[in-house]
Design a protein around this ligand. Structure first.
Ligand SMILES: [Zn+2]
Ligand SMILES: [Zn+2]
Length: 394
């Protein structure tokens, strides 16, 4: 346990159980919207604690904890799904499902949220208001937050603030990250189909070569971030795939580009979309070809509210000490908690979970990803502090 960490007795009392839940969930990972065993486990656990539960949006679960007095409503979100990864860790709790793995740490999210529920159920006399526990499926895709919002999780009672946590291997155990403003990016996918005119590889003058046009488009797309984005703002345009042609001496009719775009702010996101269309069509047109752009919008940027971030930072400082609360690096990864934080103020915070000395510092989504379980009770304690600060006497 990191020396600065302060854990209360009731959190210590549930720590072993929290680790056991984490290992159970880790052994039995399930992909998005197929989390039936995980949902059953969560439901069983919540019921045993006396928490009222309801299934929504398929494998999603809403648990409700009422404080002893009326007051505001906060939402505590944990995502529950795993990834299509073959686990390479040799640990007793290794995934028992070949090709599926909790490689992002969502097993830790389930365990800490259930630990927090156990602690908060016993501290209800300190709470004025309601805690909604949002156990969300399919964060890794296709997205479970949207369906849970559509099912009404933010209403009746209306949620005043929302909080989410991610285990974070870019931070060591004992450190907590929380910063105001954007913390995760939007992520959109695009496909550009270039329709040229095929022919003989030795007679290019009779063709409109879509492969050459795809090369020009790929290069021109690089100028969206370097020339069109404000130098102090962030964006990413990646071409992940180029396909075209079937043989060395045939010029094909079509070529396709496919990639991802990231942005931290909506105007940048909109500009990138506009520019991809303009560049693809303009360049194809200048060669006498046609370009079609298909746009598949992903999650919007995840943006933290300043006041709620201040609350989380204060709660975290009580547990790990002020010096161990950091404004972490923003990542261009995506998160569907963004849909919740578009509707209510809140804070997405990061629980440091790496321990290089124990070899527990592989990146998220790696087949060797694992985290230091010492982080789990810290997570439980911070969750409890956040709830008490938000629903405590004001
Ligand atoms: Zn992930
Ligand atoms: Zn994740």
């Amino acid at each position: 346990m990191p020396s600065k960490t302060v854990l209360s007795d009731d959190v210590r009392a549930v720590a072993a159980d929290v680790v056991a839940i984490r290992r159970d969930v880790h052994r039995h990972p399930e992909m998005g919207f197929k989390e039936t065993r995980t949902a059953d486990l969560i439901e069983r656990k919540l019921k045993s604690l006396g928490v009222e539960t309801r299934r929504i949006a398929g494998t999603g679960i809403l648990g409700t904890i009422q404080g002893t007095r009326p007051g505001r409503t906060m939402l505590l979100r944990a995502d529950i799904d795993a990834l299509p990864v073959v686990e390479l860790n040799d640990v007793p709790y290794r995934s028992a499902v070949e090709g599926v793995m909790h490689a992002c740490g969502h097993d830790g999210h389930v365990a800490t949220a259930l630990g927090a529920a156990a602690v908060l159920m016993k501290r209800r006399d300190r709470l004025a208001g309601t805690i909604k526990l949002m156990f969300q499926p399919a964060e890794e895709g296709p997205g479970g937050a949207g369906p849970m919002i559509e099912a009404g999780i933010l209403e009746k009672p209306k949620v005043d603030a929302a909080f989410a946590m991610h285990m974070w291997n870019d931070l060591p155990v004992g450190v907590i990250g929380a910063r105001p403003g954007p913390v995760f990016a939007s992520a959109d996918e695009y496909t550009v189909r270039i329709h040229g005119k095929g022919g003989h590889g030795a007679a290019p003058h009779q063709t409109i070569d879509p492969v050459v046009i795809a090369a020009h488009v790929t290069l021109a797309l690089q100028s969206i971030v370097s020339r069109k984005t404000h130098p102090l703002k962030s964006g990413v345009v990646t071409v992940g795939q180029i396909h075209g042609g079937v043989r060395h001496n045939i010029i094909s009719d079509t070529a396709t580009l496919n990639g991802t775009c990231r942005a931290l702010e909506k105007p940048v996101r909109a500009m990138i979309k506009r520019e991809i269309h303009a560049i693809a069509r303009g360049i194809a047109g200048s060669f006498g070809a046609k370009a079609e752009v298909e746009w598949r919008p992903g999650y919007p940027p995840t943006v933290n509210d300043a006041a709620m971030t201040k609350l989380v930072r204060a709660a975290a400082a009580e547990v790990v000490g002020e010096r161990n609360v950091v404004a972490q690096e923003i990542t261009m990864g995506e998160e569907d908690m963004s849909y919740v934080l578009e509707k209510v103020p809140g804070c997405y915070w990061l629980l440091g979970s790496a321990n290089a000395k124990k070899g527990l510092d592989y990146p998220h989504h790696s087949a060797r990803f694992d985290f230091d379980e010492e982080s789990l009770p810290i997570g439980v304690q911070v969750w409890a502090k956040i709830a008490e600060r938000f629903l405590g006497p004001r």
